[in-house]
Design a protein around this ligand. Sequence first.
Ligand code: NAD
Length: 485
Amino acid sequence: MAINWTEAQIEDVVAKVVKELGGEVSTARKDWDATQYEGRKFIGVYADMNDAIDAATAGYKAVRAMSLEEREKVIFKIRDFCRKEAPIMAALGVAETKMGKVGHKTAKHILVADKTPGTADIVAQARTGDYGLTLTEMAPFGVVGSITPSTNPSETVICNSIGMIAAGNGVVFNPHPNAIATSNYAVDLVNRACAAAGGPAVLVASVVKPTLDTAQIMYKHPNIRLLVCTGGPGVVRSVLSSGKKAIGAGAGNPPVIVDDTADIKKAGKDIIDGCSFDNNLPCIAEKEVFALKNIADELMYEMTKNGAYKITPAQAEKLADIVLVDVKNPKTGAVKKTVSRECVGRDAAVLLEKIGVKVGSDIRCIICETNFDHPFVQHELMMPILPIVRVKDIDEAIDLAVKAEHGNRHTAHMHSKNIDHLTRFARAVETTIFVKNAPSYAGIGFGGEGHTTFTIAGPTGEGLTSARSFTRYRRCVLSDAFRII
Ligand code: NAD
């Protein structure tokens, strides 16, 4: 069943969960810690990566000894704890990373709890014929090493844990250095849930201070049989060159096309809902729009009716100089524009204030009309800033949108009722996710059919990962028997 998450419903869910918890959760806290939360020491968090891998190895052995029913009981508890503690992790995530929105992050955790597949995703295949029966089973890899991002930290840890445990693996995490406390809270949650379901004390593990060096230990350790990486291009490249089997979930820059057959009113609202969700942190969120020239003004008007603030070209230049900074490559000396970490995931009002514009909290997205070469179109900003490029026809729209996606083959969106246009763009852009006539988050199960994941593996082809992505196929052949027909 699809969950129809409108803004109001998301706020409603958050209010209910906070009430059930019996109190407000503050985002103002400054006392986060990678080893404990309010005096409760995290389970499964180690000073040394080698110790964390040993603990995850013991966790793997314990999962292997469990029946599927027992594994499902653990997953049931993880879902339960994740639902109940969603507002805590959401608030901790915003406080620690200074990015995103508590309400939206809460909704993301509830989505993970509700729509991440468990053991039902693991299915055997049987083939019978003249020579008997051949069975193909989805077996665990062993211990998985998972690298997680700062943009959806605890969501990714819990989503990965459910899928990896369902598949029978142990997991060790190397979380993002800017989100260690939030990620380790989630590691602890998984272990508490496991113990509450009668499982071992430590099923998944992490480290107090994850670094590039601890990632290297993970890459080289003989017990790690599979690496799963969710992050930007640098880290995906590094796991893919590790020499181990790796799943890479990398960067996107999702374009949106709006043609003149679309319901413009709905398109304007859907695009702002998707683009402003968690301040544009999700890798699937709308990053730039290509609008046919005859509907572009109406589209921008509808956007402004739904919480968008339109800035002038001069203001856009001023903002671009703030949100993108020059970074020098220490080896080559070449200077490259990079998104400012001070601006990623910040509220639209905070970004507008940087160029001297004061707005209320009803403004959730900044829009501006730009040309195709503008840095707002070319860079994956992960901020609620949406450039709109006016195009003369659908051919130009598809051509430019494909170029703006930069071959990531991650996600693209389209608002249209013309099935030829929809089909042509989907074929040309070749993305893992293609959302038609809905906000981007429909692509991961919010108001759209299908399971959710926070690890979308475009580069290595697993797509929207689930338990079966973390398995290896094994064949068992029984010759000349068990064909009963
Ligand atoms: P990031 O690339 O800064 O970091 C990801 C993780 O990799 C962190 O844990 C970081 O410490 C680590 N890391 C970075 N370089 C490394 C290296 N050379 N070796 C080992 N570890 C390294 O990511 P972020 O800023 O937290 O997340 C945003 C990026 O991730 C965006 O590009 C976004 O599109 C992408 N992302 C993709 C998905 C997906 O499912 N495809 C999901 C979330 C985020």
